[in-house]
Design a protein around this ligand. Sequence first.
Ligand SMILES: Nc1nc2c(ncn2[C@@H]2O[C@H](COP(=O)(O)OP(=O)(O)OP(=O)(O)O)[C@@H](O)[C@H]2O)c(=O)[nH]1
Ligand SMILES: [Mg+2]
Length: 332
Amino acid sequence: MPQGTVIKDSETGKVIADLLEDGESVTVLKGGRGGKGNNHFKNSKRKAPSFSQHGEKTEQHQIILELKTIADVGLVGFPNVGKSTLLSVLTSAKPKIANYHFTTLTPNLGVARVFDEDFVIADIPGLIEGASEGAGLGHHFLRHIERVRLIVHLVDISGSENRNPLDDYKKINEELNKYGTRIKDIPQIVCASKVDLLDDDSKLKDFEKATGQKVYPVCSLLNEGLTELLSAIYEKLKTIPKPSRLEDEERYSLEKDYNQKFTVSKLDKGTYIVEGGLVDFFIQSISLSSPESFAFFQKNLKDRGVVSALKKAGMVEGDTVIIGDIEFEWIE
Ligand SMILES: Nc1nc2c(ncn2[C@@H]2O[C@H](COP(=O)(O)OP(=O)(O)OP(=O)(O)O)[C@@H](O)[C@H]2O)c(=O)[nH]1
Ligand SMILES: [Mg+2]
């Protein structure tokens, strides 16, 4: 699975695992154990058992695999402001550039080098007003921003499409804020694109004043302002820790759930079998080396409702109970 894949339970949406590191792996659900032939159930009294055990039914569960881009810097801004063009001059990436909206449909990644430091920049496309509610390509793109350490917010300062740069800036920030606290807390560098289309720097000054932010002017076509922008990114990144895993609270575990489950069935007259995830749990956690441990095992069977289920199925004193590799006679 690609680095940056988040595994979620499709029913609850809860995070099961977050594969942040290269080569990380996780078992979400275990396969069932194989069945046992009738020979396995032979003993001194039972010479030719008429029953065998089927392989365990495996658990089925729907999960969502969500890929979140892993990048240090996320380039955001309205369509056509020049994000891909900027990426192409800051890094060796060769994204498609064209003078229409939604040219870029999936994030482009590029590596920029400043001094001896490499960092990954992602061009995050598709952000428009209402993106946090699903407009445009909505959440699809916003999720890629969740993990970046720094946002470079690009605004077309020339207003070349008859838009107001300040409105654009506010709208994108609104969408980012609406998406979730994690994105809201990511530091931003504000960058003004297409400065070559300005007559003078009054628009730039006004924008800087209105936002109260330091604004980095760039012209990707003429390679202007890039060194200043890259140094600002470099300096800022030095102060921001590497990304943490999503949702640091306790992981949701399908396995835990599975470990509680069991089924009881009658194999033969006077012989009952307990199967399911709980059996695995018992086998892993209980050793039956002493009378005390057997008493503990029996108490657990009672506490977890196994004994009442067995009785419901017809078990009476003296009957045989099979749980995993353990076979014993039921005594009250
Ligand atoms: N004049 C001028 N035009 C630019 C500059 N940077 C980009 N452009 C032009 O702006 C248009 C859009 O550029 P893109 O880089 O494709 O814009 P984008 O933000 O990636 O757009 P989407 O992928 O559609 O979201 C292209 O025609 C570019 O040539 C610039 O600094 N000055
Ligand atoms: Mg683009």
